[in-house]
Structures are given as structure tokens and as C-alpha cells.
Design a protein around this ligand. Sequence first.
Ligand code: F6R
Length: 237
Amino acid sequence: MKVIIVNDPQEGGKAGFKQFKDALANGARCFGLATGGTPQTTYEQLRNSDLDFSSCRSINLDEYVGLAPDNDQSYHYFMQQNLFNAKPFAHSDVPNGLASDIAAECQRYDQLIREHPIDFQLLGIGRNGHIAFNEPGSPVDGWTHEVKLTQSTIDANARFFANEDEVPRSALSMGIGAIMAGKKIMLEAYGENKADAVAATIEGPVTPDVPASILQKHPDVVMIIDKAAASKLQKQY
Ligand code: F6R
């Protein structure tokens, strides 16, 4: 794992942008994308850049079950606002949280990922070490599936909703197996409340209790973390 420690999320956004730029220059054409607070500074840098994704494909990690694409809390909507309106891709896929047949939607998504292998995967990390919505205990070889969100994740995401009751209780998520199949992975983490998860991911044992720790076994991972998120690391990077 390559670890890049930055001062703050703004600097992290610039470092994240550089990784996207280099990936594009090196031929990446399929980008796995994430939502949430973390990637926002990177998306801001991408929006304000002259990078062109119009011949690329994007595949998002996850979507809440039950939210329509035009719901302003859906991940479809988030991606539109934070990236796609400014930087359209040739094709962009986000799981369909309104699918009436969830199993069929998961199969469709897996087939899409298999047909379009991800060259560059962007990740955030939950306070409990989750990646995408793969909560602690998730199988490391899993593909797309429906996830019941843990209380920790519901609490963390409540800040984006009017109140906690409005946070959906389940989501569709790419599995850890599909994430690990990505050629290169960039994980960003900012803030002290990510410090335990970051330390466990980088320096702890590889265990399903900390889903992101499996990234230690991937050959090409870059972690962009700010000083606060790095504060519980024991070693120097
Ligand atoms: C979002 C996603 C989640 C978030 C994680 C951190 O697509 O897959 O795993 O990356 O919950 O969320 P933030 O960035 O809001 O702290």
C-alpha cells in the first residue's frame, strides 16, 4: 500500500485529482466511483479541470434502496451534481435502488462490471472500516448484493437527511470481490473520526471485521489520508 499523508481534505483533493489524471494518461477508461463527504474535494478538482471523461465509463459503488434517481439524497443525484453535470462520461452506471427485482439488478450490475473491468476504483471508508456498503463481516469474495445498513452507518449518514428516520435502511452495494478486481484502488480518508479505521486498515491484521483491511492484499492501492485520519498510525509514512 502506498500511503500519502496530506494536511487537509483540500490538499487531499489535489492529490486525488493527480491520481485520476495519471490514471487517465496511463489508459484507464473505466472508473469506479464513490459518493459521500470524502471524495468531494477530489470531485471539485476534477470539475474545475480540463480532464475529459467523454470516452470513459463510470460505475458507482452503491445506491440506497428505495430512492429514485431524482431524490436529492440518492447517489444518482449526488453524482450528477458533484461530477457528471460538469464532466460527463460516455456511460455512467449506478445501481438501481428502485429495482423491483433486487436479485436481477445485482446480477445485471455484476455482469456490467465483468464486461467493463474497473481500471481505477475510488473508495471512501466508514468509521467501522466499511468500503462501499460492505459492513464488518461481509464476505471478501462478494459481488453486488443488498445490504442492511448498520446503526453506525445510519448514524453517520443521517447528517445528509432531515432526520435519522429518513435514512434508508438498506442499500445495493458492489461487493468486496468486485472492488478487489479493480486494477488500481485509491482510498481517501479525512478527519479524526476515521483514524481508528485507517490504522486498522493499514497496520492491523487482514480481517472481515475491518473490511478495508483486505486492501493490504491488493497489488496497487494508494491511500490518501489527512493528518487527522493518520493520527493513530504507529509507523512513519
Ligand atoms: C459511498 C460509499 C461509502 C463511503 C463511506 C464514507 O459511495 O461507498 O463506503 O465512502 O461511508 O462516507 P463519507 O465519505 O461520507 O465519510
